[in-house]
Write a protein that binds this ligand. Structure first.
Ligand SMILES: [Zn+2]
Length: 213
């Protein structure tokens, strides 16, 4: 697993995406950095944002643009259940995120119980496990719907499906996270439900390009 890589061992590792030598396509400077879990060629295909963007009146910190490449990787990880891919998205940013959110508790966007049972694993906790910050499941989702497959889904529909879980204590400082921000409505709904809004931060791994325009 990526988080357990040691400097010397990693030199002989294979890329988690293309299975070629991990040193393929890395620059001279990359060679002296902490070894990655994918090769330089695969890493270069990610469209990096790494910045705060305004969506629906919220300030969201996004790492990547959600393009076809990222969509394919997320699909392979989540729907084809290729759990070995879990470190590839956040690995180069683990240290940055740990520092940026050192005072926060990570609050995951909810996925439905039915979906998790089918998958056999929880995607967000797995994606964020290398960050090593406290996490909490503050929300629950009533039923399944795929936002991207329902372009005309209205806000009231989302309001109906995401709730605060009962008997879970709300942390004072938190960062609301989702893996993909396609419309921004899920994060917006989460934000509406939490207290201490002035202290709440929001993070997504990837964001829909259309939301940036
Ligand atoms: Zn590769």
């Amino acid at each position: 697993m990526c988080s357990n890589y040691k400097m010397d061992e990693s030199r002989s590792f294979k890329c988690l995406i293309c299975f070629e030598d991990i040193q393929n396509g890395i620059s001279f400077f990359d060679y002296f950095k902490r070894p990655d879990c994918i090769c330089g060629n695969c890493r270069q295909k990610f469209v990096i944002l790494n910045k705060e963007v305004k969506v629906n009146g919220l300030s969201i910190y996004a790492l990547y643009e959600y393009d076809d490449y990222l969509e394919d990787l997320m699909f392979t990880f989540k729907e084809n259940k290729d759990v070995a891919l879990h470190p590839i998205f956040l690995y180069p940013y683990q240290k940055l995120l740990r520092k940026k959110y050192r005072k926060e508790t990570i609050v995951f966007a909810p996925s439905s119980l039915k979906k998790e049972m089918e998958r056999g694993f929880q995607t967000l906790p797995l994606l964020f496990q290398g960050i090593k910050l406290p996490t909490i499941q503050l929300f629950e989702k009533e039923k399944d719907y795929k936002q991207s497959s329902k372009p005309f889904l209205r806000r009231k529909d989302i309001k109906g499906v995401i709730h605060l879980r009962k008997s879970v204590e709300m942390p004072e400082r938190m960062v609301l996270v989702d893996d993909m921000c396609t419309s921004g409505e899920t994060l917006k709904r989460m934000y509406e439900l939490v207290k201490h809004k002035e202290k709440v931060k929001i993070f997504t791994i990837a964001i829909n390009k259309k939301l940036l325009e």
